[in-house]
Design a protein around this ligand. Structure first.
Ligand code: MSP
Length: 534
């Protein structure tokens, strides 16, 4: 392991009091696809997800349910483990901010911040939104009130819920001192914020001037205690952001080696609503601590529901009655169809307009009619013409020109370039080009006609080998999106030992097919959906 380069990727840690939903699943699958792809490229991947369990919101929810906050968190955490398992999430670690390792790391952070002189005690007087766990200034609130016409009621600029006025003694983090260093970071590392159009938003915000932020609370106690000041607990975001470092051993001498190897993270994947925390506050915290900065913060858009009649998209919400639960999608498309649809049909950086109609269309067109059909026709023919096996392959078969080989040449590299910039839809198009070409190749070469003519036996071998090889390569490249079906396809070709690879480029080189080995016809991978199935 140690000789492989490290690749560390994280999801946001989810607030424990909302059940996992399509949005949180979207972000988690997005990371999973990257983690699986990087593992296949030979990286030693650490993929972290987890739960954000402190803060006023959790404390209140627990009170409403007559539980202690810890009991409340413990009662909800299993839902996350369960859905991630169902969705084939391959995380290597799962952090909960109530764990001992996080408590220790946060307390270590406080000590380091104090030593470095980046915190001071003052008093906070301003607005707070419990739902967003975010502070707002009078100016921000006035502006939002004006925009939304709230008639004297002060509502959260982000979620429009009523705000609290908070007046309390508090520790402050000197964020205002980091403006220049943050702007220099954005100039020197434009790839720090991805996709690039999000960078403008971050930069404009920082150029507008930064205020010191309140990072401790005294009016409730569900948080990590400030080690040197009784009665103060850590502001939930000051705690939550640190989870990424905690999980690789920040502040833990027994994990010094791991920390040196893993930190900084390569990718923090987050929703567009929380980029300020990740692209402004978090790098400033790390600068204050003298720690290295993550390489990329990738911000994905929001999933919006598209109305099939009007074509308009709207935010998903229970009150609008358009909320879709992960299980509803799993019931319709299966887990792999689910992953494929969200990862290839929504552009990761932008808001995605989702609808059941579109899900069905993509599933039927790409998975049932193209990929599934190609596998089933080809494996059936192979079994039929070669006695339940793949053809015996003559020496040099892989050197002969054919339309599939010319697409497959350089395919893994083109696909990889798209995957590296999280352009999953583009990567999928590259693979689908091969799949579509293979389906056309079946029609054009008509193996069933060749099979009738003994004089054309060599040609039949070549045509079937080309098709099976196109399938083998496609299965590998589709693995990050649909790990189980790809593994199944490889097993059906007696290639089980190839399922886990750490040399994606090498394994996708044309010519890796095994000749004369059993093929399994198996059931349809993606049975076609009829509209009334949903
Ligand atoms: N706890 C904080 C994150 C702390 S990270 C140090 C938080 N949690 S959250 O549960 O509210 O949201 C987690 C993620 O889910 C965010 O990245 C958010 O963008 C994402 N989503 C919530 N609704 C969404 C959609 N409808 N679509 C896509 N993702 C959305 O914020």
């Amino acid at each position: 392991m140690a000789d492989k380069p490290s690749f560390y990727i994280t999801t946001p840690i989810y607030y424990v009091n909302a059940k996992p939903h399509l949005g949180t699943a979207y972000c988690t699958i997005l990371c999973d696809v990257m983690a699986r792809y990087k593992r296949a490229c030979g990286y030693d991947v650490k993929f972290l997800t987890g739960l954000d369990e402190h803060g006023e919101k959790v404390q209140k929810a627990a009170e409403e349910h007559d539980m202690t906050p810890q009991q409340w968190c413990d009662s909800l955490a299993p839902d996350f483990h369960k859905i991630w398992e169902t969705l084939e999430i391959s995380n290597d670690d799962f952090i909960r901010t109530t764990e001992e390792r996080q408590v220790k790391a946060v307390q270590y952070l406080w000590e380091r911040m104090r030593e470095a002189g980046y915190i001071y005690k003052g008093s906070y007087d301003g607005w707070y939104c419990v739902h967003e766990e975010t502070y707002f200034t009078d100016t921000q609130v006035d502006k939002a009130d004006e925009e939304h016409g709230t008639e004297g009621q002060h509502l959260c600029p982000d979620c429009q819920r009523p705000l609290q006025r908070v007046q309390e003694e508090s520790w402050f983090f000197k964020l205002s001192e980091f403006q220049d260093r943050l702007l220099a970071l954005y100039d020197e590392h434009p790839e720090f914020v991805m996709p690039d159009f999000r960078m403008n938003e971050v930069r404009t915000f920082v150029e507008g001037g930064l205020r010191d932020i309140s990072v401790s609370r005294t009016s409730f106690d569900w948080g990590i205690p400030v080690p040197f000041d009784d009665g103060h607990v850590t502001y939930v975001w000051f705690d939550a952001l640190l989870n990424y470092a905690t999980a690789v051993g920040y502040g833990d001498p027994s994990m010094a080696e791991e920390y040196a190897r893993r930190w900084p993270a390569q990718f923090h994947v987050v929703g567009k609503d929380i980029i300020r925390f990740h692209c402004v506050i978090w790098p400033a915290m790390l600068m204050a601590l003298g720690e290295a900065l993550p390489e990329h913060v990738f911000a994905h858009g929001f999933l919006m529901v598209r109305d099939e009649e009007t074509g308009q998209t709207r935010k998903m919400s229970k009150s609008l009655g358009n909320a879709i639960a992960p299980q509803d999608v799993i019931d319709l498309l299966g887990v792999e169809g689910y992953r494929y649809y969200f990862m290839t049909d929504c552009v990761p950086g932008e808001d995605g307009g989702i609808s059941y109609g579109r899900m069905e269309q993509v599933y039927n067109a790409d998975l049932a009619n193209s990929w599934g059909n190609l596998v089933s026709r080809t494996l059936n023919m192979s079994a039929k013409y070669f006695d339940g096996k793949t053809p015996e392959l003559p020496a040099g078969w892989e050197t002969l020109d054919n339309p599939l080989r010319s697409i497959a040449d350089g395919l893994a590299e083109r696909y990889g370039a798209a995957m590296d910039r999280v352009a999953y839809g583009v990567a999928k198009d590259e693979v689908m080009e091969l799949v579509h070409a293979a389906n056309h190749y079946i029609e054009d070469s008509a193996p069933w006609a060749i099979a009738k003519d003994e004089a054309r036996a060599d040609e039949l071998v070549q045509v079937m080998a080309n098709l099976l090889e196109a399938i083998r390569i496609s299965a590998h490249l589709l693995t990050p999106f649909m790990p189980e079906t790809s593994a199944e396809v490889l097993r059906r070709l007696s290639l089980e030992d190839e399922v886990e690879t750490d040399d994606l480029l090498g394994i996708c080189a044309w010519g890796g097919l095994k000749g004369g080995v059993p093929v399994t016809k198996g059931d349809a991978l993606f049975p076609r959906l009829q509209s009334d199935d949903k």
